[in-house]
Design a protein around this ligand. Structure first.
Ligand SMILES: [Mn+2]
Length: 141
């Protein structure tokens, strides 16, 4: 298993703080399916880089810098989920697929995907036209 990146950690810490008001090593380890010792190591690095403030035994809080990036990461994750849903990806695949691609796209690509999501949402007939193509392709298989 590849080591989850700093982005994954910041994203999960942001989500945990939003949901519960705090993030502990054990919560982060569970959210990312990693060993607590990996969390401790990464948290120290994130502390050093000023994304969060690490207080032993008390959990962490994100700095302004950490919050700002956390917010963008969660926005990106949610946008990509929306995008995959719109293009017809099965619900069961969406979370894993987003986790797989989210760190590898430029912010330019994210913004263009945002345009595309808007393009479909503004006019439901566009989604219907796409669904029609998908039905045709399914039937042709
Ligand atoms: Mn994610």
């Amino acid at each position: 298993m590849p080591t989850p990146s700093m982005e994954d950690y910041i994203e999960q810490i942001y989500n945990l703080i939003e949901e519960k008001g705090y993030a502990r090593v054990s919560d982060i380890a569970e959210a990312l399916s990693v060993h607590p010792s990996s969390v401790t190591k990464m948290v120290q690095k994130l502390d050093k880089d000023e994304y969060l403030v690490y207080e032993k035994y008390r959990g962490f809080s994100l700095t302004a810098k950490g919050k700002k990036i956390g917010k963008r990461l969660v926005f990106r994750h949610d946008l990509l989920e929306q995008f995959l849903k719109i293009i017809g990806v099965k619900d069961e695949n969406i979370y894993k697929d987003v986790e797989g691609i989210e760190h590898h796209l430029s912010w330019d690509a994210i913004d263009r995907i945002g345009d595309l999501v808007q393009f479909f949402e503004e006019e439901p007939s566009r989604m219907e036209a796409l669904a029609e193509i998908q039905r045709q392709n399914e039937n042709a298989e």
